[in-house]
Design a protein around this ligand. Structure first.
Ligand code: AMP
Ligand code: MG
Length: 415
C-alpha cells in the first residue's frame, strides 16, 4: 500500500467543484411523444389565449341574460366543433353543447335541467346571470403568458399543456450518455456462482438503475479487469460516444487500484479523496476528447466519476456528486433532491473528520416526520440503503445530533 497523494477535499467543496466542471448539454427539438421526462430548454410562452373562444362549460341553451324568465324561440344549435352561424337576438336562444362556441349576442348559458321545453319554445329561469356557464377566452392561459419555465421536467400535464397551445415539438436538452463499468478481479457476473474469494458484481446493477432513474442513457460495459492497459483501452473507446464515465471500485490506495492513474493519464483528476462517509475514495476527473474530434467544442469535455467499490459508498457518492451533475447536464433548474424537516428518532453520532450521510427511514408521527436509523451504517451493508427514505447529513466533529432534534433531510422517497 502507498499513501494517497490526493488531498482530502471537503464534501461541499467537492460537490461544488463537480458542478463547476459540468456543462449543460446542447438543445434539440423533439416531437411531444419523445419529450416525456425531458427538460425544457427555454421558457414556453403561450402564442394565443386558451380557450381561444367563449366555450360552453355545460349542455344547455345560449341566451341573453336580459331575457331572464321569458319563453324564447329555439333558433339553432352550437355543438363542439360546429358553431352556430347566426346570432342570438332578443327573444331567441340556441341549443349549445359542452365545448360549443357561445354564439354572438348571447351572454350566458343555461343548463338543460333548468329550462322548460315545449316544441320550439324554451322557457328560461327568472334569475339569469350574464357570464354564467361558459369559459372566457384567455381564462386558462393568456396570450404571451409564460406557461412553463426553462429547466422544468416535462410530465403528463406539461406535455398536455404544450399540445393545447399548439406546440408539436419542444426544445429540450440532449440526454446524457453514460458508460458504466465495474472494476475488480474478484467480481463475477450476477447469476454465476462466485468461486473462493470472488463476489458478485452488484454495483453495476445498482448504478445502472441510479443512472436510468436520473434520466441517462446507459451503456453497460461489464466487468473490467484490474489490468491497466486493457482498462485504459476500454475507457478510451467508450468515451468516444459518451458524455459520462462511471466506474466502481479501484479507487482506494491498494496496488490493484488503477482507476485514478488511468484517469490521470487521460485527463485531469480534480478530486481524489473526499471528507465524506461513506465514500472517502470518490474520484472525479474531466477528460477532453482528443482532437481531431467529431464533437463540437462545447461537447468535448467528458466527466469521469470513479466511485468507490463498497456498495453503499458507490450509491451515496452517486447521490451526493453524480446525480446533481447529471441533472445539470440535462438542464434541470433544480439539481438537488428536495429536503424536508424531520425529527431524529435516534442519536446521530458524528465522524471526527468527515461529513456523514446516514441512511434513515421516515414515519409520520402527528404532523411530523420522524427519522429512524436503518441500522449498521457499514459501507458494505446495502441493507442500510435498501428501503431508506432519506439521507441525514451529519457535520464532522465530536458533536453529533441528539435524538429529538429537527434536521433537514435529503428525501429519496416518502413513506
Ligand atoms: P475497491 O474500491 O476496488 O477497493 O473495492 C472495495 C470493496 O468493494 C471490494 O473489496 C468489494 O468487497 C467491494 N466491491 C467492489 N466492486 C464491487 C462491485 N462491483 N459490486 C459489489 N461489491 C464491490
Ligand atoms: Mg478493487
Amino acid at each position: 500500500m502507498r499513501a494517497s497523494t490526493y488531498p482530502l477535499v471537503d464534501a461541499d467543496v467537492a460537490a461544488a467543484l463537480v458542478l463547476e466542471h459540468t456543462p449543460v448539454l446542447p438543445v434539440e427539438r423533439v416531437a411531444l411523444g419523445e419529450a416525456v421526462g425531458r427538460i425544457l430548454a427555454g421558457d414556453l410562452r403561450a402564442p394565443a389565449d386558451l380557450p381561444a373562444f367563449r366555450a360552453s362549460a355545460v349542455d344547455g341553451f345560449a341566451v341573453r341574460a336580459a331575457d331572464a324568465g321569458k319563453a324564447l324561440r329555439d333558433v339553432g344549435e352550437s355543438a363542439a366543433g360546429r358553431p352556430f352561424a347566426g346570432r342570438v337576438e332578443p327573444g331567441t336562444t340556441a341549443r349549445i353543447l359542452t365545448g360549443g362556441v357561445v354564439p354572438d349576442g348571447a351572454d350566458a348559458v343555461v343548463m338543460f335541467e333548468e329550462v322548460r321545453i315545449e316544441g320550439q319554445t324554451v322557457t328560461v329561469p327568472a334569475d339569469l346571470r350574464a357570464g354564467s356557464n361558459f369559459h372566457r377566452p384567455g381564462a386558462d392561459v393568456k396570450a404571451g403568458e409564460r406557461v412553463l419555465s426553462a429547466g422544468t421536467q416535462l410530465g403528463a400535464a406539461e406535455l398536455g399543456l404544450a399540445a393545447a397551445l399548439g406546440f408539436a415539438e419542444v426544445e429540450v436538452h440532449r440526454r446524457p450518455r453514460a458508460v458504466l463499468m465495474s472494476t475488480g478481479d474478484e467480481l463475477v457476473e450476477v447469476g454465476r456462482k462466485p468461486g473462493r474469494g470472488q463476489i458478485t458484481d452488484s454495483n453495476r446493477w445498482a448504478l445502472l438503475a441510479a443512472l436510468r432513474e436520473a434520466g441517462v442513457e446507459v451503456q453497460s460495459l461489464g466487468i473490467a479487469p484490474d489490468e491497466p492497459v486493457a482498462l485504459r483501452r476500454l475507457v478510451i473507446d467508450a468515451l468516444e460516444t459518451a458524455d459520462v464515465l462511471v466506474t466502481s471500485g479501484g479507487v482506494s490506495v491498494g496496488t490493484h487500484d488503477l482507476v485514478k492513474p488511468m484517469l490521470e493519464s487521460l485527463g485531469t483528476v480534480h478530486i481524489g479523496r473526499v471528507k465524506l462517509k461513506p465514500g472517502k475514495p470518490f474520484t472525479f476527473a474531466t477528460i477532453r476528447a482528443p482532437l481531431p474530434s467529431p464533437l463540437p467544442e462545447g461537447e468535448r469535455v467528458k466527466l469521469a466519476f470513479g466511485l468507490p467499490g463498497f456498495p453503499v459508498s458507490s450509491l451515496v457518492t452517486f447521490e451526493v456528486f453524480v446525480r446533481p451533475a447529471l441533472r445539470k447536464l440535462q438542464g434541470y433548474a433544480r439539481l438537488q433532491r428536495p429536503t424536508l424537516p424531520v425529527r431524529l428518532g435516534y442519536d446521530a453520532r458524528a465522524t471526527a473528520d468527515r461529513t456523514e450521510y446516514q441512511r434513515v427511514t421516515l414515519r409520520r408521527e402527528g404532523t411530523e416526520l420522524v427519522a429512524d436509523t436503518t441500522g449498521s451504517q457499514s459501507s458494505s451493508r446495502l441493507m442500510s440503503l435498501a428501503g431508506a427514505h432519506a439521507l441525514v447529513r451529519v457535520a464532522p466533529g465530536d458533536q453529533g445530533i441528539r435524538a429529538g432534534s429537527i434536521v433537514e433531510a435529503m428525501i429519496l422517497a416518502l413513506p
